[in-house]
Design a binder for this molecule. Sequence first.
Ligand code: SF4
Length: 297
Amino acid sequence: MDCGFPDILNAFEQALELERELGTRTVDGDRALLAPRSGGTPLPPAGTPRSGGTPLPLAGTLLSPAGASRSGERTVPLGEAASRRFTGTTGVSPVATPALPTAAELAACTRCDLHGLGRTHVVPGQGNADSPDFMFVGEAPGADEDRQGLAFVGAAGQFLTKMIAAMGYTRDQVFIANICKCRPPNNRTPSPPEMAACVPYLKRQIARIRPKCLILLGNTAMRGLFPDTFMRRGQWQMYEGIPAIGTFHPAYILRFDSVRDSAGLRKAKTEVWNTLKLALARLGKTPPAIQRKGQTT
Ligand code: SF4
């Protein structure tokens, strides 16, 4: 099999990226690779093919903390490295991102307690996985989702369908997923350890799907993707170069309905709709004409 050095580097990067997603922050390696080169000869840019067969000390650069650099050396953060591949003679180009997590992979997952707390089906998420305009991220599957193995198919899902339609899209044109892929018992909020265990799957989905805009539904989704940032509803954050905005979870909206709080319902719906319009505007789009009258349902 013809397996050149660039291919080996690609495979190495992908293996490191997988480890990073699984939470690994350090890896074993040959410290000699990290040592400064004698003579002060600057290293070529990562990915530059070398003559003479001397291994490029890429491991050193990849093992360096993100952003750190040594004299004459080009440091490539893990995330960046994983999104690039070596092309032999002309540097780097976008690559090969991790595969989408499959239902079979998730069904075998035991990373958090939710695997043993009565889940019927795992719920990876579904929709347009080819760089859709929008990816919606919720909290975790409920009873209907757990039964069908699909995200947002219960009452909250029907409301989400209306939100998506109001924006001028169908569910098939966007991607819909959750922070956690297994149902928490009694629809409780996933715990921080459960969210931390599962969010690498979502990050893999985002890396693979590359939505143009992320819409985070509810506090859990906002906290899950931005654990170190206090994210306010309706305010933009960037996730790996993708604009992300948060709003109410559809289930929260439905609660106003169930307690017949029409004023609260109207206020919450208005806020959601304003956020959806911000998301559309971010992509240079406007809602369909009928929705300009403020109808979200
Ligand atoms: S919720 Fe996520 S991390 Fe926990 S068992 Fe299910 S798939 Fe694994």
